[in-house]
Design a protein around this ligand. Structure first.
Ligand code: COA
Length: 204
């Protein structure tokens, strides 16, 4: 199942933030006394990331989407969760926009996120989200959007995007389309339609 789709935006991008790699973060989460390490994707992780997505979703669409985004977009934040050097989880953030009256504000969209079934419900997904938020905050990303379960994402600070006058381009239940505002001043007065990368449309 996927979540987000989008169409290409032709609007100029007004807001920019650094998407350069940061230093690896060590998670404080220790499930069953084993350390989880979160770090950015490296070339040797690509096969394992595909496997994690296929196993978590039970289909290849999300894994294919990750591959296409990796191929087409230089500004991804792709994190893996490692346990004993094995990739057990993955999260991807890709550029997303909010179209406003005089242009476009650039932020990031969260999707997909996947944890190997046998490692789920141990907090690994939460650690991937938190680590992503820390990194994007330090890169001065103004917002992150997500389309997902309304009881899960608010614990990380997400709230209905409708509170900010920001809407999805698709008809989705209003409480499932959420935003995390990381830079209040950059987002001041920003409202309009949010869009994800066009690759998302292909898997819907
Ligand atoms: C979603 C996912 C990445 C969460 O990873 P995780 O390591 O299990 O997450 P955590 O242990 O940090 O958090 C578990 C919480 O997520 C909730 N959760 C997990 N998957 C959920 C889902 N599909 N729907 C609703 N809630 C979900 C659980 O209910 C649990 O909530 P609780 O803490 O209130 O009990 C993982 O379950 C997964 O890979 N699912 C299949 C792929 C998927 O649906 N990805 C999300 C859409 S991109």
């Amino acid at each position: 199942m996927l979540i987000w789709i989008t169409a290409p935006s032709k609007s100029p991008i007004n807001s920019s933030f650094s998407l350069k790699s940061g230093a690896p973060l060590i998670s404080r989460f220790v499930p069953r006394k084993k350390m989880i390490r979160i770090r950015e994707e490296q070339p040797q992780d690509i096969k394992a990331i595909r496997k994690v997505n296929i196993r978590a979703f039970g289909q290849t669409q999300e894994a294919n989407l990750v591959g296409k985004l990796r191929q087409n977009c230089n500004h991804l934040l792709s994190l893996v969760a490692l346990m004993e050097n094995q990739v057990v989880g993955h999260i991807l953030f890709s550029p997303a926009t909010v179209e406003v009256e005089h242009g476009t504000v650039l932020g990031m969209g969260l999707a997909p996120m996947a944890v190997l079934p046998e490692y789920q419900r141990r907090g690994i997904g939460s650690e991937l989200i938190r680590s992503g938020i820390v990194r994007l905050t330090s890169r001065r990303c103004p917002f992150v959007i997500v389309l997902g379960h309304a009881h899960y994402y608010p614990r990380f600070g997400f709230e209905p995007a409708s509170r900010h006058g920001i809407r999805s381009e698709w008809e989705v239940p209003v409480d499932t389309f959420m935003i995390l505002v990381l830079d209040e001043s950059a987002m001041q007065g920003t409202s309009g339609m949010a869009k994800y990368r066009p690759e998302f449309a292909e898997i819907m």
